[in-house]
Every structure is written in C-alpha cells, then in structure tokens.
Design a protein around this ligand. Structure first.
Ligand SMILES: [Zn+2]
Length: 255
C-alpha cells in the first residue's frame, strides 16, 4: 500500500478511457484534464493512497490524512474517496473500474484543486465545493466520452423532485454551506439527492457566472475568510438573494 507520488509535469490528457485502469493512471489522466481543459490548478506534487478495505481506509484517514478518529470513523462509513490538501485517499475494496469509479476520482481531484485555489481545506460554501466537484467530474466524464453533463442534469432534476428541502422550499444555505451541516443533511435526507441538489445549485451558478467566477471565489479565501463577503464579491449578490433565486429556479426545473 505504497503512496503514489503524482508529478503533473508528466501529465498528458488520456487518448481514451481504456487507458485509465489504475488509481494512478486515472488520477494522472483526470488531473491533466482538470488542468488543461478547465484551467484549474493542480498541485506540483501530491500523493495518492489506496487502501484495500474499509477498516484500513479508516486507519489511513487517521494516520495519513491526520483526521480525528471520530471523523475517520464517520467518513469511512459512507465515503470511498477523500480529497485532502495534496492528498487523495481511496477505499478500494471492490474491483470495479467503471464510470462511477472515474466520477469519484474526478470529484476528489476537483477538491484537491479547490484546496490549491483557496490555499487550504474547508473554505467556502460546502454545497458549492461539493456541487462544483460533481460538475467538474461530469465534465471529465463527458471529455472521456462516457457520459454527458446534460444527462446528469436531467437525472439530478428527477432525483430531487421529492427531496425534502426542495419540497419544503427551504434550502437553508446557511447550514448547507458548512461541512457539519452538509454531512447532517446527507445523513438525514440521503446522499444521492443531497449531492444532486448541490450539483444543480452549482450548475446554475456556473452557467450564470462562469467557472472562472467560481474559481475566483475559492481563490478569494487566500486573503479573506469572510464567506458572506467573498460570495457577494464573486457572484454579485448576497447569499440570501442567491438562495431565493436558485430556489425558484429549482422549483421550475423539477416541475
Ligand atoms: Zn466531495
């Protein structure tokens, strides 16, 4: 279970998805797409850890990623990949190397890029960090010609139709924006619809303001930790105003 050192100077965009069969080749290929196609930063060097079971994964989250034992126990229950600053950690307890495996890898590489932008972890609205990671992942799959963003958007719209916070018209972005609030939400309301909701809100923002604005938003945390102000500066409206607007958009999109 040796850590794999990734050196992006050797990156090339993979010619086809068949070349991505190991965690190492997949991370290299995905990182090269994230850097060259989306212009997002990937660190000069980062490390990939692959663990063979949930138990070893939990141990790795404590020893290699330096998470608290409580957080490691919680995360290893539902996550099979975790992105940290310049680290990617995967639970590889099944042999499947399909589309969802690549989606997961691209999602975690997107988090690594966000941490480079913000120069730290856990900065910025959590729903946007998760939703942008999904958005990037779907675009990577599209680039590899195994999925499309449009198909994922349609699936997500169907997926959240009966989702509690959409039905109740209460997105509550103040709590959805925190790491704790996001985790609570997806434990309570289900992982898939929670990520679909985060994706649709981020998709709306990226479509409206552009991916560069979202990247600039994460970058703004280098100089200020004020989430409200950073959001307002990057997207030209207060978070509450956005909540109102995106709520209306979601309700018409899922109708
Ligand atoms: Zn994530």
């Amino acid at each position: 279970m040796l850590p794999i050192a990734i050196d992006p100077s050797a990156f090339t965009v993979p010619a086809n998805v068949q070349q991505l069969t190991t965690h190492e080749s997949a991370v290299r290929g995905v990182a090269s797409i994230v850097a060259s196609e989306f212009g997002l930063p990937v660190p000069a060097k980062f490390t990939v850890y692959v663990y063979g079971s949930r138990r070893v994964f939990e141990q790795g989250l404590i020893e290699d990623a330096r998470l608290s034992p409580a957080r490691a126990a919680e995360l290893s229950e539902f996550a099979i990949g975790v992105g940290k600053r310049r680290q990617l950690l995967f639970n590889d307890d099944n042999e499947r190397r399909g589309r969802e495996w690549l989606r997961l890898i691209a999602h975690e590489v997107a988090h690594v890029s966000q941490f480079e932008l913000a120069e730290g972890e856990g900065r910025g609205e959590q729903w946007l960090a998760e939703g942008m990671a999904e958005w990037i992942a779907f675009r990577v799959l599209e680039r590899l010609e195994i999925d499309t963003l449009a198909r994922r958007r349609t699936l997500a719209q169907a997926g959240i139709r009966n989702h509690a916070s959409v039905v109740a018209a209460r997105l509550d972005l103040a709590s959805f924006g925190t790491s704790r609030g996001f985790t609570t939400r997806h434990l309570k309301e289900g992982s898939l619809p929670t990520y679909q909701l985060a994706f649709l809100m981020s998709d709306y923002l990226i479509t409206r303001n552009g991916l560069t604005a979202v990247a600039d938003y994460f970058r703004s945390f280098r100089t200020s930790r004020d989430r409200q102000k950073n959001f307002e500066r990057a997207f030209g409206q207060k978070l509450e105003a956005f909540e109102h607007e995106v709520q209306a958009h979601l309700r018409s999109a899922v109708r």
